[in-house]
Structures are given as structure tokens and as C-alpha cells.
Design a protein around this ligand. Structure first.
Ligand SMILES: NC(=O)c1ccc[n+]([C@@H]2O[C@H](COP(=O)([O-])OP(=O)(O)OC[C@H]3O[C@@H](n4cnc5c(N)ncnc54)[C@H](OP(=O)(O)O)[C@@H]3O)[C@@H](O)[C@H]2O)c1
Length: 268
């Protein structure tokens, strides 16, 4: 356990049982820093084996070490640049996850790049394409290549980490905003395609302003002490990833979730 998680739990709207995610395997992209690192540690704390995918090996190793020291779970690191993903590299990842864990119970498309905050008229084309590659093409390529692992699990949850500017466009947010709109669409398409079989639940999540390097880059003058830590809203992630339990309703697949205003749904 670490102090930030203990403090956050006091205000969680949903408190899972200890080991709520035991025997689950969940892949988190961008797991080396920010919300992704907190997500990975929280999921492992609740018993999940976490596949830590990210760009910087040293950051992934630091999260891996914390998990190894503080939990009995079996994490694995996958250093990978989402800009460079190919069908072959994802096929190799698929085979390695299959042989180690059998299937995936969760896939969290968390990593993303902010890019420059400039008007469309001046947005560098090459940077636009790179942001799109990381923020929407990579989630598509990963989901496509790992799909059979998701579809094998009795219940699987795909979380697409979006943003306020993925639901309402805003000047100067350029490719970041457009890519999050695309991710919202991707989320709805995947949910619609998998709804009848019912094994895969897909949600888009807006975490809201969170104290990370990306937030600092987007709002450099902001007092960071006023911005919630990533641990604050991990209850919502846990609720979705834990999946169905007796007496516990899940939001309909394809739903757009907002971490700040979310409350556990009731049966009434
Ligand atoms: N923080 C907020 O206020 C906020 C608000 C709304 C939505 N979000 C969303 O929440 C998610 C997490 O954001 P965050 O604030 O935690 O961001 P962050 O602090 O910038 O962390 C992003 C993580 O993604 C990784 N990443 C970026 N590009 C990558 C690539 N090409 N290949 C592999 N990994 C890559 C980074 O790796 P490196 O460390 O190696 O660069 C880093 O670990 C994002 O989807 C973001 O859009 C955040």
C-alpha cells in the first residue's frame, strides 16, 4: 500500500473487496508515469497481473519494482513506442500474453500524447500525424491484434481514456482533441460490435484534470496542489474492471463515463 492510495480510499464512492481483481490479467498502456502508473499499481494492489506497456523502460521498471515489492502479483513490462506498433509486433505480444496468462480480462488505452497547442492553421502536419498514431491508431492496432485474448475471457473490460476535449472541441487543442473524438467513436463501434456476445464491455473514461506531467504541460501556470491526484478516481476504474458481481449493475457497454461526477449505478 502507499499513502496516496490509502488517503484516496477514504473518499472513494466504491470500495472493492480485497483481491477484487485476483486472477485477472490487465494491460495498461502508458503504465510508466502519470495516471497509467497509478492505474497499474492500483490494479496490482487489488490482485491483478498487470502487463505494463510504455515507452521508457526505466519508468516501467520502477512501477514493476513497486508491484513486485508490494503485491504477490506477476507483472510484466513491455517496452514499446506506440508510434512504432506494427501488426507483427502486436502478434508477438499476443503470443507472449497467451502463453504466460492465457487471456486478457482488461485492456486500458491510457497512453497519449498532448502535442502542441496551436491553431489548426499553423498545426505542423508531421506532429498531427504522430499524435494520431499514438492516440487513436495505436489503440486500434492493439485492440485488433489482441482481440482474441479479450474475447476468450469470460468477462473483459476495455477502457478508452478520453478527455473533456474529446467530447467538446476547443480552440488550439488540435490533434489531441481530434484524436480523443476518434477514440470516443472507436469505443462506441467496438461496444456495438461486441454487445450481443456480451463478454466484452467497452467504456470511454474522462479522468478530468489530474496532477500529471501532461496536465503540467497543458496548464503550466496552474497551482498543482489544486489538481486531484490520479488515485482520487481509481474507484471508477476498479468498478468497471472488476466486472459483474451479484447485485452490482454495470453501465451499458459503450457508455461515456466521467470520473469526477461518476457514482456507482443502482438497480433502482
Ligand atoms: N492529466 C490530465 O489532466 C488528463 C485529463 C484528461 C485526460 N487525460 C488522459 O489520461 C491519460 C493519461 O494521461 P497522463 O496525464 O497520465 O499523461 P502523462 O503524464 O503524459 O503520461 C502518459 C504516459 O503515456 C506514455 N506514452 C506517451 N506516448 C507514448 C508512446 N508513443 N508510446 C508508449 N507510451 C507513450 C508516456 O510515456 P513516457 O513517460 O515514456 O513519455 C507516459 O507514461 C491520457 O490518455 C490523457 O489524454 C489526462
Amino acid at each position: 500500500m502507499y499513502p496516496e492510495l490509502t488517503a484516496a480510499q477514504e473518499n472513494w464512492r466504491y470500495l472493492p473487496e480485497e483481491n477484487a481483481l485476483a486472477k485477472k490479467t490487465i494491460l495498461v498502456t502508458g503504465a510508466g508515469a502519470g495516471i497509467g502508473a497509478t492505474t497499474a499499481k492500483t490494479l496490482a494492489y487489488y490482485g491483478a497481473n498487470v502487463v505494463l506497456l510504455g515507452r521508457s523502460r526505466d519508468k516501467l521498471e520502477s512501477v514493476f519494482d513497486w508491484i513486485e515489492t508490494n503485491t504477490p502479483t506477476q507483472p510484466v513490462i513491455v517496452p514499446a513506442d506506440l508510434e512504432e506498433l506494427t501488426q507483427d509486433s502486436v502478434a508477438a505480444l499476443h503470443d507472449s500474453i497467451e502463453s504466460t496468462y492465457g487471456c486478457l480480462h482488461g485492456l486500458i488505452h491510457n497512453a497519449s500524447a498532448l502535442g502542441p497547442k496551436v491553431p489548426i492553421a499553423h498545426y505542423p502536419i508531421e506532429q498531427w500525424q504522430r499524435i494520431m498514431q499514438t492516440n487513436i491508431n495505436a489503440p486500434f492496432i492493439l485492440t485488433r491484434g489482441l482481440f482474441t485474448l479479450l474475447d476468450t475471457a469470460p468477462f473483459c473490460c476495455v477502457l478508452n481514456v478520453s478527455s473533456t476535449v474529446g467530447r467538446q472541441g476547443r480552440a488550439y487543442w488540435g490533434a489531441y482533441s481530434a484524436s480523443k473524438f476518434a477514440l470516443e467513436g472507436f469505443s462506441q463501434i467496438l461496444a456495438d460490435e461486441t454487445e450481443t456476445a456480451g463478454r466484452i464491455h467497452v467504456y470511454s473514461i474522462n479522468p478530468g484534470g489530474t496532477r500529471t506531467a501532461m496536465r503540467k504541460a497543458a496548464y503550466p501556470m496552474e497551482d498543482v496542489e489544486t489538481v486531484p491526484l490520479a488515485e482520487t478516481y481509481m474507484d471508477m476504474y476498479l468498478y468497471m474492471l472488476e466486472g459483474p458481481q451479484p447485485g452490482k449493475p454495470l453501465p451499458p457497454t459503450g457508455a461515456q463515463l466521467d470520473a469526477r461526477s461518476w457514482k456507482p449505478p443502482t438497480n433502482r
